[in-house]
Design a protein around this ligand. Structure first.
Ligand SMILES: [Zn+2]
Length: 212
């Protein structure tokens, strides 16, 4: 089963994607990390990523396809995190998967309220050395302000209420058409993501079992 997981900033899509990919033995495509690695090699992409914007659609599609062709063994299913975001991008990937005898089977939308996103992201800390993400309440670091790897924990400059509101709106403006399209096609599972990590995880697994 090929799965896409979408969600606004703070919805926990990274956490859920990681545990679901592991549980279902899927190739985990972490688009955020992929763009950050790309940004290290390309100044123009770096500016886009730093502004919290999306890489132009076609370019991103080509880049990800090439990456997947190199990395994913034949027959292995994929979990796409936070991507595709547009109908045309979605169709592109479905075509690509069809050429491998597969398709995108289901898209999970992690629905979170803006209040909860602000609450969570304000508690988020990131290691400045390895990039590991902590939450001061749900996933606290072993020592105050220190990562498991020994790195220092910092708060992302755009994890403040004002920027979160902008990112939240940007996400919804960008994905709304795709979400509606998938809903019509019966490919969408909406999950209430305001709940704890393990509750959401169990809910997703139950609903995937019914879906296939
Ligand atoms: Zn670290």
């Amino acid at each position: 089963m090929n799965i896409v997981i979408l969600g606004a900033p703070g919805s926990g899509k990274g956490t859920q994607s990681e545990i679901i990919a592991k549980k279902l033995k899927l190739f985990y495509l972490q688009t955020g990390k992929l763009s950050r690695d790309w940004a290290k090699k390309d100044e123009r992409i770096k500016k886009i990523v730093e502004n919290g914007e999306l890489v132009p659609e076609k370019e991103m599609t080509e880049y990800v396809k090439k990456y997947l062709e190199e990395k994913v063994p034949d027959g292995k299913n994929i979990l796409f995190e936070g991507f595709p975001r547009f109908i045309s991008q979605y169709k592109d990937y479905n075509e690509w998967l069809k050429s491998r005898g597969q398709q995108i089977d289901v898209v999970i939308s992690l629905d979170i309220t803006e209040e909860e996103a602000i609450r969570r992201l304000s508690l988020r800390r990131i290691c400045d050395k390895c990039g590991e993400i902590y939450n001061l309440i749900t996933n606290p670091p072993p020592k105050q302000n220190m990562c498991r790897c020994g790195g220092r924990l910092i708060q992302r400059s755009d994890d403040n209420p004002k920027s979160i509101k902008v990112r939240f709106k940007y996400y919804h403006d960008n994905t709304k058409k795709l979400i509606d399209y998938l809903d019509e096609k019966g490919k969408l599972i909406r999950v209430d993501a305001d709940r704890p990590i393990d509750v959401i995880f169990d809910d997703i697994l139950n609903r995937l079992a019914k879906f296939s």
